[in-house]
Design a protein around this ligand. Structure first.
Ligand code: CP3
Length: 350
């Protein structure tokens, strides 16, 4: 599978890159590390570049995507780059009116709450996102030996934004539809799975080396509801890339869902900071690598405390079949970039 990443398309990239080896549970000598939300957010050079450019405009400009993806690679020397985009980009590309409001998140002008609105969720075509194809190609040339991770939002997390109309604490309307109108719910998730699969397909065909499916809010569900209402749709997305590139599957607050999230077809399961990695690996079961799981707030701890926490994550991760070091969720906006660079050094020193 990973051999595809080592072909002529990526002269600089060896299939022996530690990130790719850890994903396929082929223990590399040094543990690979990257950070969710490493692109954007904390870097002054990102803020300067974005000063006069709305978030979604920057996601549709290949030169901006490439530069913002490269900025943390230059600063931190992580073992992987994450493509700069957002989970709502494919929805905007098919014509939905969605804005990303600073400090809030995605806001949907016309929430999707009935079958009439479902028609707006048409299939995504590669021509809808030419800037994605272009930026991936440009990045492969710039990245050399550093693997590039593509990503998309999972059907449930996208559905929550569409049904609620924006960020939500309790996902009330989403669950009301799930329980009250299961046929409408499954039709909505089916359409979102089709869109997400197409968005990842564009990235994989352009050459990304791995994909991460973000089901950030899946932890709001019981395991039973997750398996019944969500898992089949996420499984369809992930199955489309089986044997092509490593598939990472991540959510927050998913301690009770780890086994189920591993079973929907992931090669690597992302774990937040609430469950220690050795226990997470036990819950996930054999045949999967783990990714995580330093508390994003640990960057504000005194250095010896931070170093001990990094050491603990490494020791527990070593008990899994494969381990990609990361934070348990995205980099917090207040984070000092210098601390992230230090964490990379700590992880590489073992
Ligand atoms: O990880 C990376 O560095 C790559 C870029 C990336 C962004 N969004 C850029 C972004 C990724 C992987 C995402 C995924 C994403 N977007 C998720 C899943 C990951 C997670 O954190 O759970 C979700 C839920 C979204 C939706 C979204 N978009 C939120 C909640 C926000 C934050 C709003 C805020 O300002 O607090 C966004 C905006 C966003 N996406 C920013 C960035 C860099 C901030 C935009 C800005 O700079 O103003």
């Amino acid at each position: 599978a990973a051999a595809r990443s080592a072909d002529a398309r990526r002269p600089g990239l060896a299939s022996t890159a530690p990130f790719l080896r850890a994903c396929r549970r082929d223990q590399p000598e040094t543990t690979p590390v990257w950070f969710m939300r490493q692109a954007g957010r904390v870097l002054p050079e990102y803020r300067a570049l974005r000063a006069d450019v709305p978030m979604l405009d920057s996601c549709r400009d290949p030169a901006m995507i490439t530069e913002i993806t490269m900025q943390p690679v230059r600063r931190f020397r992580p073992d992987a780059a994450i493509f700069f985009s957002d989970i709502v980009v494919p929805l905007v590309a098919i014509g939905l009116d969605i804005d990303i409001v600073a400090g809030v998140g995605p806001v949907v002008a016309e929430p999707v709450r009935d079958s009439a609105r479902l028609a707006a969720l048409r299939a995504l075509e590669p021509d809808d996102v030419p800037y994605v194809t272009q930026a991936v190609r440009d990045l492969l040339g710039e990245l050399g030996g550093t693997p590039l991770i593509g990503f998309a939002g999972a059907p449930f997390t996208l559905a929550s934004y569409l049904v609620e109309g924006g960020p939500s604490r309790n996902h009330l309307r989403t669950k009301a539809m799930m329980y009250g109108e299961p046929e409408l719910w499954h039709e909505l998730l089916d359409r979102l799975a089709t869109i997400t699969t197409a968005f990842l397909r564009v990235q994989v065909d352009a050459g990304v080396d791995a994909v991460q499916l973000f089901d950030s809010w899946a932890g709001a569900l019981s395991e039973d509801d997750y398996r019944r209402y969500v898992a089949p749709h996420s499984a369809r997305v992930l199955a489309a890339f089986a044997g092509e590139v490593p598939r990472i599957h991540f959510g927050v607050n998913t301690g009770e869902l780890l086994a189920a999230m591993g079973q929907v077809g992931a090669d690597v399961v992302g774990v937040d900071w609430r469950v220690p990695l050795d226990e997470a690996a036990r819950r996930i079961g054999p045949g999967r690598a783990v990714q995580g799981n330093l508390d994003p707030a640990a960057v504000f701890a005194p250095e010896p405390v931070l170093a001990a926490k990094v050491g603990d994550v490494l020791a527990r991760g070593a008990k899994a079949e494969g381990h990609v070091f990361n934070l348990g969720h995205g980099v917090l906006p207040e984070t000092d970039p210098g601390v992230l660079a230090h964490i990379v050094d700590l992880v590489h020193a073992g």
